[in-house]
Design a protein around this ligand. Structure first.
Ligand code: AMP
Ligand code: TRP
Length: 336
């Protein structure tokens, strides 16, 4: 029996993933590799929809790849590749641009948020068509499943609309993908502001745990996490967001349930909880950081793994694109 395809993507927009990316997304991606024929793409074309320093972009692309491999993406099971290495992404995006309405694209809330941040005069046309490029990423690989965070739901709906529209205008070409939004996965909050999601754009760097932080820094950030003053270790997001976040982080990594943790820590101080959470987090991310450094110390080998991934991805992407070009009425070339 052949496994269904799966595709997901991440931007190479930071030097390190944070604990939320790891527990909220990456752990699932690694788990899904056995049941799906998975394609994981590092979306550098998407990254340039906002200004990027060229050297930094190149470095972050390698660093992102290395962290995904270190955290359990298996390059033999899954194709891990860089978007700009597979030309069909940009090519299919153009075709999809031409079947997308201006109004339809204008309703994307992520565009509205991001263009407001940069001021709509400086927002690029690339940022406007970002979701259409994302649809191309997905549809090239005929995936059944696309695991993403809740914030990507609208982009997945657009992708499904475009696929359905293309299929009905030009004949069955694309699989209609399902968004897999894992509700039960840990949502990790900012250590300094535990009502906000942990995010790379955090106001205070002390609130953010990066996979690439050294262990001493991780311990220090956890020990200075914001809590409350009633001294009771109990899970309640409303009244005790700080303690609840620490319990959530522990549970997501250790697998111990929240109620087991509450029982075990009954009567203990916040210091004891923080100490154990720090141990658990360090034990989880230290090996990932070390493996990432090891992979980065041999960039030629890393680039070779990415080239293999791109070759695998390219095969299927070219096949889908050739069908699209035929259906849409492009004259077939004899050289390509
Ligand atoms: P981003 O870095 O925001 O592009 O997110 C990449 C992936 O990590 C998405 O699938 C998000 O759902 C997930 N993610 C980001 N921040 C968190 C968080 N604080 N808790 C859980 N998952 C997160
Ligand atoms: N827009 C996604 C994000 O910000 C990244 C992405 C690009 C993506 N292409 C994709 C995710 C294809 C899933 C499938 O997280």
């Amino acid at each position: 029996m052949t496994k269904p395809n799966l595709l997901s993507g991440m931007q190479p927009s930071a030097g390190s993933l944070h604990l939320g990316n790891y527990l909220g997304a990456l752990v699932n991606w690694a788990n899904m590799q056995d049941d799906f024929n998975a394609y994981y793409v590092i979306v550098d074309l998407h990254a340039i929809t906002v200004p990027q320093d060229p050297d930094e972009l190149r470095a972050n692309t390698r660093r992102t790849a290395a962290q995904y491999l270190a955290a359990g993406i298996d390059h033999e099971k899954s194709a891990l590749f860089v978007q700009s290495h597979v030309p069909a992404h940009a090519e299919l995006a153009w075709v999809l641009n031409c079947i997308t309405g201006m109004g339809e694209a204008g309703r994307m809330t992520q565009f509205k948020d991001k263009s407001q941040k940069s001021g709509s005069d400086s927002a690029s046309v690339g940022l406007f068509t970002y979701p259409i490029l994302q649809a191309a990423d997905i549809l090239l690989y005929q995936p059944k499943a696309v695991p993403v965070g809740e914030d990507q739901r609208q982009h997945l709906e657009l992708t499904r609309d475009l696929a359905t529209r293309f299929n009905s205008r030009f004949g069955d070409t694309f699989t209609i993908p399902e968004a897999v939004i894992l509700k039960e996965t840990a949502k990790i909050y900012d250590l300094q502001n535990p009502e906000a999601k942990m995010s790379k754009s955090a106001g205070d760097p002390k609130g953010l745990i990066n996979i690439m932080d050294d262990s001493a820094a991780v311990v220090k950030k956890i020990k200075s996490a914001v809590t409350d003053t009633d001294g009771i270790i109990q899970f309640d997001r409303e009244t005790k967001p700080g303690i609840s976040n620490l319990l959530g982080i522990h549970s997501a990594i250790s697998g111990e349930s929240i109620s087991e943790l509450e029982q075990r820590f009954e009567g203990a101080g916040y210091g004891a909880l923080k100490g154990e959470v720090a141990d658990v987090v360090v034990a989880a991310i230290e090996p990932i950081r070390n493996r990432t450094e090891e992979l980065l110390s041999d960039p030629a080998e890393l680039d070779r793994l990415l080239a293999n991934g791109a070759a695998r991805a390219n095969e299927l992407a070219e096949q889908t694109l050739a069908t699209v070009y035929d259906r849409i009425g492009f004259l077939r070339s004899t050289w390509r």
